[in-house]
Ligand binder design. Structure first.
Ligand SMILES: [Zn+2]
Length: 287
């Protein structure tokens, strides 16, 4: 980890960097790692997140719910995955045409997709910028899931990401960016993201507990845990989840499983067969 205390150090020449959000060493040019991970790995962020986690534990002790919280933690640790939902059309563009899933801005730059309508394009650009600054253009958005069910408003195909391919470049945000900005009143006058609401991949359990501990009670079962982590009724406004930000493109190699619903459409079936050929052993057909 190139972050020590609140400072970024070069893993090659060990020199301290003047800013936390650099991606190349100011001295030797060596890669400093994913900027989103570095930014949430400072002492300030880690201490704030640990404080929120400790408060949640204290709350569980006082309300006699420690066992329930431990059940949740175990279930979370055994089942958590990063998931991206998309339409078959977008999945085809990724797997067959490009070989890599790119961020919104990179995909436009590479002419892999068209720009969204003005209001949506403005929203995506603002969200990227508020949360990540310049690197927002390289950020891919996913969600945490405990049951391989994703955000169906984005499409009925689900891609489960291979943990090893993302753990060094993925961070989590307590809510989706759009809601988060409203919850914390972020705007041009107040751009500082409060510490403790994001985590690196290793600490995502702490963020989940900090967010959800008051909802967990004696009656909570595994299905409830799954819905607490990701709730989707197919409408964007009603979705609640922990957002995952992955720095840089996701290639076909970084895929663990792809869930694709069966189709009666002949062209779609041909596309699915082609996807199966590109990703052998990774495609699961669903009803
Ligand atoms: Zn260096």
């Amino acid at each position: 980890m190139p972050v020590k205390g609140n400072n970024l150090f070069c893993p090659s020449c060990n020199k301290s960097q003047s800013q936390i959000n650099l991606i190349d060493c100011e001295y030797c040019g060596h890669d400093l790692g994913a900027p989103n991970v570095n930014i949430v790995s400072t002492e300030t962020e880690l201490t704030a997140l640990q404080g929120r986690y400790d408060n949640a534990m204290e709350y569980a002790i006082k309300s006699d719910k420690v066992d329930q919280l431990k059940n949740f933690e175990n279930f979370f640790n055994n089942n958590v995955n990063g998931i991206i939902n998309l339409s078959l059309h977008v999945l085809e563009a990724w797997i067959i045409q490009s070989g890599a899933y790119k961020s919104y801005h990179r995909a436009i730059g590479d002419k892999l997709r068209t720009i969204a309508i003005p209001s949506n394009d403005q929203k995506r650009t603002v969200l990227n910028s508020v949360i990540h600054g310049t690197y927002g253009r390289d950020m891919i958005y996913a969600a945490l899931t405990l049951n391989c069910q994703g955000l169906t408003s984005y499409g009925n195909c689900s891609v489960i990401l291979d943990e090893q391919a993302i753990e060094s470049r993925a961070t989590t945000l307590e809510e989706n960016s759009y809601t988060f900005i409203k919850t914390h009143n972020l705007n041009l006058e107040k751009l500082e993201i409060p510490p403790g609401y994001r985590s690196n991949w290793q600490n995502k359990i702490k963020l989940a507990v900090a967010k959800l501990h008051k909802k967990i009670n004696q009656d909570s079962n595994e299905k409830d845990f799954c819905e607490m982590i990701l709730f989707s009724d197919g409408k964007r406004n009603g979705e609640d989840f922990i957002e995952v930000h992955v720095y840089k493109e996701i290639t076909n190699f970084a895929i663990k499983i792809i869930y694709i619903p069966k189709s009666n459409n002949r062209r779609e079936e041909l596309v699915i067969k082609a996807i199966e050929e590109k990703c052998p052993g990774k495609v699961i057909r669903t009803e």
